[in-house]
Design a protein. Structure first.
Length: 273
């Protein structure tokens, strides 16, 4: 990697063209995978694939159907990021250089998860989504370790929304999806241990994870928003086919704790600056 220092003292790297193309291709693969998973033209809708193991009523921690609309926002963010990181100034960004390979891995794993579910392999889908979650955790850590360069107010704002916002949302929602996916696999193999207790435990753990992410990131809001979006679990348990009021209210409380806790940590972090 070639690095030089400008008169302003800023570190500038040579264009990372292979990384740029890797992200663009990976984003296209992710979007095509999402299209396949929608069942709009080809493929089977995720809720109907694998014998309905991942439907909104399959387990007590499965979010209600409308919750999955967040994927549209995430995919839009991935496309925006692929374009953003390919701009001339961003090709030379040291921050984008360290992010590109891990980001591409999340995109490929996203598409792989959809293919595995289409194949009907629920256990393998758990393996893939755990790998996806781990990859997103790496990206999140890199975002914290390599904050955006303060080149201009506009560029900083765009980078915050497109880079930090997209992958914060992505991490938060995949955290919820991992819980739902694992529960779906356990149900598919006939595990019948206290469903309500299990659901409450995993929701509490999800809330603790959300607070941990807020703590280490100084109150970053994006992942908290998508974790809190998991309140749709509450809607699905308080009304509909698979009602469980204990799980429903636990989900609602967990979502509120994550959101309020993150906002409190954000305010505290700003006051310390």
């Amino acid at each position: 990697m070639t690095t030089k220092t400008t008169h302003a003292g800023r570190s500038v790297t040579a264009p990372d063209r292979p990384g740029v193309m890797l992200v663009i291709v990976s984003a296209l693969i992710a979007v095509l995978g999402g299209f396949l998973g929608s069942g709009a033209v080809v493929g089977t809708p995720i809720a109907e694939a694998a014998g309905g193991a991942l439907s909104a009523t399959a387990t007590l921690v499965a979010p209600a159907g409308p919750a999955f609309s967040i994927w549209s926002v995430i995919y839009a963010g991935l496309i925006a990021y692929a374009v953003w990181q390919a701009l001339p100034a961003q090709q030379r960004s040291a921050r984008q250089r360290v992010l590109r390979r891990p980001v591409a891995a999340t995109m490929i794993l996203n598409a792989a998860w959809i293919l595995v579910v289409q194949w009907g392999q629920v256990f393998l889908s758990v393996v893939v989504i755990v790998a996806l979650l781990a990859s997103l955790a790496v990206v999140f850590a890199l975002l914290i370790r390599h904050p955006g360069e303060r080149t201009s107010t506009a560029a900083t704002a765009v980078d915050t929304v497109v880079t930090d916002g997209t992958f914060g949302l992505y991490l938060g929602w995949v955290s919820i999806a991992t819980v739902a996916n694992t529960s779906a696999w356990l149900a598919s193999i006939g595990w019948t241990g206290g469903a309500t207790l299990w659901a409450v435990v995993v929701l509490v753990v999800a809330a603790l994870v959300g607070l941990f992410l807020a703590r280490v990131s100084g109150g970053r809001i994006a992942q908290a928003l998508s974790l809190s979006w998991g309140a749709w679990v509450a809607q699905g348990r308080l009304a509909g086919e698979n009602v469980d009021t204990v799980v429903g209210w636990t989900a609602a409380l967990a979502a509120a704790v994550v959101l309020v806790g993150t906002l409190a940590l954000r305010v505290t972090a700003r006051q310390r600056r």
